[in-house]
Design a protein around this ligand. Structure first.
Ligand code: ZN
Length: 267
């Protein structure tokens, strides 16, 4: 399976042929300095002319992705593992009039309800079981990953009729093992999550004592395998947001002055 680059309306995004439903993993949107939405406080973003631009970007994005004009369901991400059920009543387009509820994942069993999560180095995971008619979107930073966000997403899907052996998952662009340097706390937590399956995921960084290079995408893939999702049902994007910070927002590459990628899925 593979990710393919698509472009429309001046926007570019990736799609995985693993997912048999509408979805997109966006890249940097619409040109220099533009971003669709960020959960970070941003005074400039609150200026009226800025809001108008944000609205136009999202309208272009919804049209490009063939999502309904009523809008999408959004998270306010807090690096936790709460998965909120989206029935579609919260659909809207940014700029948002109201702050979304805190959560790092969304699940739905309703057709026509796009679920959006945001990342800029963290791992976006889109999942679906089309036979059960259930989809989910998850934001997995290292904290979410080791707190078992993947498990929370699969459980939320299973509660609505999905079966792990039928779930298809696409793990999107994120900071990769080449760039995600951490202290020892991350490898320790990854090993607590995965047990022996953590082997080889967090090698010590050569020549940098006390530092490790962690492959969070692979950690999430291995966790999905442990949860019963077949290996052949998981697609992993090889793009590293930090290596490719010219086309992706990267929290580390920008020292936090950034926009975010949106990863969106709809039944
Ligand atoms: Zn890299």
């Amino acid at each position: 399976m593979a990710f393919a680059l698509r472009e429309k309306n001046g926007l570019s995004w990736l799609e995985s042929d693993m997912l048999p439903c509408r979805h997109m993993f966006t890249r940097r949107l619409g040109g220099v300095g533009d971003f669709p939405y960020t959960s970070q406080p941003d005074p400039e973003w609150q200026r009226p002319e800025r809001q108008e631009r944000v609205r136009r970007l999202w309208e272009a994005l919804a049209e490009a992705g063939e999502f309904p004009p009523q809008g999408m369901c959004f998270t306010r991400q807090v690096h936790g593992t709460r998965v909120r059920y989206a029935d579609g009543s919260q659909r809207c387009l940014p700029p948002l009039a109201r702050r979304p509820e805190d959560c790092d994942g969304l699940v739905t069993d309703r057709p026509g309800v796009p679920l959006a999560v945001f990342t800029a180095d963290c791992v976006p995971v889109l999942l679906c079981d089309v036979q059960a008619g259930v989809a989910a979107a998850a934001h997995c930073g290292w904290r979410g990953t080791v707190q078992d966000m993947a498990g929370a997403a699969v459980a939320a899907m299973a509660a609505r009729g999905a079966r792990p052996e039928r779930i298809r998952a696409a793990i999107g662009p994120a900071i990769s093992g080449c760039c995600f340097e951490t202290g020892p706390e991350v490898p320790q937590a990854v090993e607590e999550l995965l047990g022996p399956d953590a082997r080889g995921l967090c090698p010590p960084e050569e020549g940098v004592p006390g530092k490790f290079l962690v492959d969070l995408k692979e950690a999430n893939r291995r966790r999905l395998l442990q949860l019963g999702v077949p290996a052949g049902n998981i697609d992993v994007c090889s793009d590293c947001t930090m290596c490719m910070s010219d086309v992706y927002w990267s929290h580390r590459a920008t020292a936090g002055v950034r926009g975010t990628q949106a990863s969106i899925i709809m039944l």
